[in-house]
Design a protein around this ligand. Sequence first.
Ligand code: ZN
Length: 397
Amino acid sequence: MVLLFLQLAMCLCLTLIYAEPPKIQRFIHARLVMDDGMQEGELWVSQGKIIAPQNTADEIIDVQRKIVAPGFIDLQINGAFGCDFSINPERIPEVAKNLLQFGVTSFFPTVVSLSPEQYRKILPKLQPSTFDHRRAANLGIHLEGPCFAHQYLGAHNPCHKPLEIDGLQNIYGDLQGVKLVTLAPELPGAESFIRELKSNGILVAAGHSGATYAEMKMAIGWGVGFTTHLFNAMKSYHHREAGIIGAVLLNPQIPYSIILDGIHISAETALLCWKCNPEGLILVSDATQVLGLPDGDYWLGSMEIESIGDRVCLKGTRTIAGSKLHLDQAVRSLHQITNCSVVQALQAASLKPAQLAGLYPIKGTLSVGSDADFLFLSDALQVEATYIQGECVWKKD
Ligand code: ZN
């Protein structure tokens, strides 16, 4: 017995002496998108994390002066490549792999308005990822609905709107894995609902709402910290009643998302957002299963949709039903429309969503200690390679 113990101890000592040290990668000649601007320099990576510069490296990668930026984080994506998270959530790993080509390294699978029974069936299958690291990470569920204003439902099924907002569990069941909920804060019962979500550590967004300016300001006091797809599916701006739009554009501390696909809002409206509240602007795709597929008829939750050209609508109507937008295209459009810096455009899809979702400084940054999820981009902001935990997981042909 004693001999066996000694042998085991000796084996352990030898393993410790001869164990391979962690591999160190050094990326040279990079233009790094740091939190405070672009910087020429090097990036050092080990064990999936960005580390401080060392004396030696096991591998040197010449970036050839490409832009190196933190990976994109999509806070609102309903599916892609024929998978709708509200219909076939088990196909989420497939989507997570296909998103790498658009520079998306993390995302929040978004579920449209469903019935209480459907939430209980779908949500357990969308839990934050345990996928292998060669796919974009699922960081938590975004529940978009069903507590929406009747006149601003957009493409959401009116059958799933609850008669009253009464208890989180009654509507969603278990909230495990839920990170973001979009609701109309002016509905009766919203205050306690918002406070309960907040106390569960869940970010609450206003959206699909007819809230007035005063109602929105009050909701911010209750805990609303974000606005989903500003301008779409909400009360229009009126010169005597500024609504949510006025509240967001006049208050730089309120972050908001826009869908910059050339369909949801015009270029002028995007420019207005940028001029009024550039700090708060976050790019989302709101992509549906149509992303990556040809024109045709599809489903968004329980609603039939049709994809024609760049537009996705409820079938037979002009009601917009999500998008087929690549998030990297939204970054390029923001840069082009607003003439903002490359760094600002990239941060609207990386640093900003990471800060909002409480993921910063682990994600959304290239600072020492953060996850080594980053992209190589051309000067035209085309994604050329995607890295997750320091490993190249996608490369342009
Ligand atoms: Zn929506």
